[in-house]
Design a protein around this ligand. Structure first.
Ligand SMILES: Cc1ncc(COP(=O)(O)O)c(C=O)c1O
Length: 360
């Protein structure tokens, strides 16, 4: 885990810089300039209708405008930049889809060779972005777990830099910037402000761990006196190994038996390698893990788009659906931030298919 000497860093100094993820350079492991595609700070949108209906303050962090249209750009720009700094000439990584797409785009920008292994059933949009970016795409029968095994073999044989989730610590550092932006935007002239509750999708769980780490770092600096946020992690009911362990009160996460389909492809992670860590992080925050059905996810995409004008990806919509469920039970304490991790436009075909199946 990366640790920084942040002593003496003032909030005013950071806020004097342009609004972008790179404003928080001291919280990142990079020595030089990042490989960048012009990332800007993404919007933190206040949701007036949801706030009124749910009777609490509701915000949505919208990462759909990142390069490649998902939050994976945050991890990819920092992870790839650091790999290059460490001398990597070739990178290999397994992906559920969006990370492979993002890393391929940043690798193209940096002029670094990259091989992405993916399940044959990964979304067509992700397969296209990898090949269009000139990366090597290897499709594997099975799930991301099988893609992970193939990536590891390639790294061992070729000496390529293996960038599996959690095999390197840097992408998590990059994903922290979403939360630093949120704390910054919620704050006032004098301090940052932590949300009371964050509801976010969980696949491998990097975004959840990045949130806890970012909140810890700004609290240590004294930039906020707030309690750390309650973390509500959300999985698709069709693939919910961490939520199941939470319900059972287990400390370990057992792999999901089958490799089922979910429209929220980024949450199709049947064997999260650091599932126990994610479970512990959620529990320590006083939060919970919820699982939502496919119908609830698609209904969430529709409701967010039609009530607040946000075309969320199914992963983000799953967080919305879970927040809605908690609000209905009177168990959602604001300010709440719902994390939309990407654009629904990347899932247009799957969403249309789901809709037509329902109608037909
Ligand atoms: C759009 C989207 N949201 C959420 C996730 C899950 O993120 P994490 O692995 O950080 O839990 C993914 C992972 O692929 C994703 O692509």
């Amino acid at each position: 885990m990366a640790r920084y000497d942040l002593q003496g860093l003032s909030l005013g100094e950071v806020r004097a810089r342009p609004r972008s993820p790179w404003r928080y350079g001291e919280f990142l492991p990079l020595r030089g300039d990042p490989v960048s595609l012009g990332e800007a700070a993404t919007p933190l949108l206040f949701c007036p209708r949801l706030s009124e209906g749910w009777r609490t303050e509701v915000w949505l962090k919208d990462d759909s405008g990142m390069p490649g249209a998902t939050f994976k750009a945050r991890g990819a720009s920092v992870g790839l930049s650091r790999a290059v700094e460490l001398g990597a000439k070739r990178i290999v990584m397994p992906s559920a889809g969006n990370a492979g797409g993002a890393w391929s785009l940043y690798a193209a920008r940096a002029g670094v060779d990259i091989t992405v292994t993916m399940a044959r059933s990964a979304p067509a949009a992700n397969q296209a972005e990898v090949t269009m970016a000139g990366a090597e795409l290897i499709l594997v029968d099975g799930s991301i777990a099988d893609a992970g095994r193939v990536a590891k073999e390639i790294a061992q044989e070729s000496g390529a830099f293996l960038s599996t989730t959690f095999s390197e610590p840097y992408r998590l550092e990059g994903k922290k910037t979403a939360w630093l932006e949120v704390f910054d935007d919620l704050g006032d002239d004098h301090s940052m402000r932590l949300p009371r509750t964050v509801v976010l999708p969980v696949g491998g769980g990097v975004a959840a761990l990045a949130l806890a780490k970012a909140a810890d770092e700004v609290r240590t600096l004294g930039w906020t006196g707030d309690e750390p946020p309650v973390i509500v992690g959300v999985q698709a009911a069709n693939c919910a190994p961490i939520a199941r362990a939470f319900d059972r009160g287990d400390d370990d996460v057992v792999s999901w038996e089958a490799d089922p389909y979910t429209i929220a492809a980024g949450m199709r992670v049947p064997a999260p390698s650091e599932g126990a860590l994610v479970l512990d992080c959620v529990r320590r925050s006083g939060g919970s893990m919820l699982a939502v059905s496919e119908d609830a996810i698609v209904a969430g995409v529709k409701e967010l788009a039609s009530t607040e004008g946000i075309f969320a990806c199914p992963e983000g919509a799953s967080a919305f659906a879970a927040a809605q469920e908690l609000a209905g039970r009177g168990e959602l304490e604001g300010p709440v931030v719902i994390y939309n991790t990407g654009s629904g436009a990347k899932y247009a075909e799957a969403l249309s298919k789901h809709q037509s199946e329902q109608v037909g």
